[in-house]
Design a protein around this ligand. Structure first.
Ligand code: GDP
Length: 500
């Protein structure tokens, strides 16, 4: 089940604007970093504990009951402007949940500030502006702040005080003024962003530091975004594989497990992974295997359509999905519904899918654990969704992949055979009416008789009335001559298709 997890925060901004000073201040003043009394080590990220605003008041009233005070953890990536941030962006995944943009009040918006804003906006990460070094301007602080706000607005940052959604917090990383407020703001933004994950899942995360230690061998810091990493787990980080021998937090404390949002040092890899490598790729490998097996099955089959087995929670959703997929099918005609029904995805569904080479699509349903195992051994691709358009997007992607590897055929046109005329001694011309798409000369076609394919051939000659043409579009009549000749009868369908 999805649970709220601590926000992962990155600090960005122009050089010398105070990012390192701020991260050091937070780390030193924070509770969690002192929790184990250990010497904090730099593993690329750390966690701190912050009390909630309301709870602070509560605490002062009944300080002896301080246990009732709730607190939140925040994870900071402690390499400012971390390279992983950039890499993750290009992979479409995000490392951080919240970005803090540090701008020094004396300097204002500088080139790297603009650059950072661009990254943040592209990654669509919620932003908080921390205006730093306010200790420098005790007297004309207000004027300086107003100038800075104007500069930020020019960069399309919609500050809260002007009706936007970006909070601005004046701070001094040197004296600590305003840092509490910044942490509270991070908590508030985190709450609004509903940052969640499921600790019961296998871990997924990203490498934020990696090196080769003389004594310990390859070491990587993984920032867990979802699920839980356990000692003994087999993992794959990009190309680096291994079995986890040791897990350590930023205090150097050995852990047995590391849950969502925890930065954790991992020992046991065979090689050093690259920064930005993604953990959780085993799932991707499995999916690739399932696609591969699908391709193999398509190769063996006579028809090259994507067979889909759909399971949904209700009959209503099932119909809605089929109707939407039918639309996708209207243009490409590559999907073949083999079976659909309501209820969870079970062993029987997987067995059927495996036999006929289908993918299994679930909507608002669960996969029975034994079925999930079976799907793994049988290499059956299962995809489950809660949102219809995501389901459609994904199916389109699978279709595209299969088209690209040449294992799906896209039907490009259909024609009804409405007459036949002898041509020479053995050949005959099919008098056709194009009913879908377009039929072109030279194209591969098959003859479908009562729903069954009876032959595959090519169009040697295509005539509209008496004139030889290259193509005939929907709604037009034409005469076709096939090479090699095929035996057809009136009422059969000519289906043209292409394999990319
Ligand atoms: P970074 O390049 O963004 O990581 O910047 P640093 O944290 O290294 O800070 C650059 C310089 O600004 C250092 O000399 C800091 O001591 C100084 N500095 C950072 N924060 C403050 C602040 O709040 N007030 C003042 N007066 N100086 C600061």
């Amino acid at each position: 089940m999805n649970e709220t997890r601590p926000p992962i925060v990155t600090i960005l901004g122009h050089v010398d604007h105070g990012k390192t000073t701020l991260l050091d201040f937070i780390r030193k003043s924070a509770v969690a970093s002192k929790e184990h009394g250990g010497i904090t080590q730099h593993i690329g990220a750390y966690q701190i504990r912050v009390q909630n605003i309301e709870d602070k008041g509560q605490k002062s009233r009944k300080s002896h009951e301080s246990k009732s005070v709730t607190s939140n953890l925040i994870t900071f990536i402690d390499t400012p402007g971390h390279a992983a941030f950039e890499k993750m962006r290009s992979r479409g995944a995000k490392v951080a949940d919240i970005a803090v943009l540090v701008v020094a009040i004396d300097d204002g918006v500088m080139p790297q500030t603009v650059e950072a804003i661009k990254h943040i906006q592209e990654a669509k990460v919620p932003l908080i502006v921390a205006v730093n070094k306010i200790d420098l301007f005790e007297i004309d602080k207000k004027i300086q702040l107003a100038k800075l706000k104007k500069q930020l607005s020019d960069q399309k940052i919609n500050l809260e005080e002007y009706g936007g959604d970006v909070p601005l917090v004046p701070i001094s990383a040197k004296t600590g003024e305003g840092v509490d407020k910044l942490l509270e703001t991070i908590n508030l933004v985190a709450e609004l962003s509903e940052i969640k994950s499921d600790p019961a899942l296998p871990a997924a995360g990203v490498v934020i530091e990696a090196n080769l230690d003389k004594f310990k061998g390859p070491i990587a810091t993984v920032l867990i975004r979802d699920g839980t990493l356990k000692k003994g787990d087999q993992i794959m980080l990009g190309g680096a594989k291994g079995k986890i021998r040791g897990l350590f937090d930023f205090n150097g404390k050995a852990l047995d497990t590391a849950g969502p949002s925890t930065p954790v040092e991992v020992l046991g890899l065979k090689t050093v992974p690259s920064v930005g490598a993604i953990l959780g790729e085993l799932a991707e490998v499995k999916e690739a295997e399932a696609i591969q097996s699908l391709v193999d099955k398509l190769k063996q089959g006579s028809t090259k359509t994507l067979k889909v087995l759909i399971k949904a929670d209700k009959q209503g959703s099932l119909e809605a999905i089929q109707a939407s997929l039918d639309k996708l099918n209207e243009d490409k005609q590559v999907i073949d519904f083999k079976f659909s029904g309501t209820g969870d995805i079970g062993d029987k569904n997987i067995k059927l899918a495996s036999t006929i080479g289908a993918i299994v699509v679930g909507f608002n349903v669960k996969v029975v654990p034994t079925a999930a195992k079976l799907a793994e051994t049988e290499h059956v691709l299962i995809r489950t969704y809660n949102i219809i358009y995501e389901l459609l997007d994904d199916i389109e992607e699978v279709v595209q992949t299969l088209l690209e590897v040449g294992q799906l055929e896209e039907v490009t046109g259909k024609a009804n055979i409405i007459a036949e005329f002898p041509h020479g001694k053995i050949e005959k011309i099919a008098g056709c009416r194009t009913i879908e798409g377009m039929i072109a000369k030279g194209q591969r076609i098959r003859i479908v008789h009562e729903g069954k394919i009876i032959g595959e051939t090519k169009i040697k000659s295509l005539k509209k009335v008496k004139e030889e043409v290259n193509k005939v579009e929907k709604g037009n009549d034409c005469g076709m001559l096939f090479d090699p000749p095929v035996d057809f009868v009136i009422g059969d369908i000519v289906e043209s298709f292409r394999v990319i």
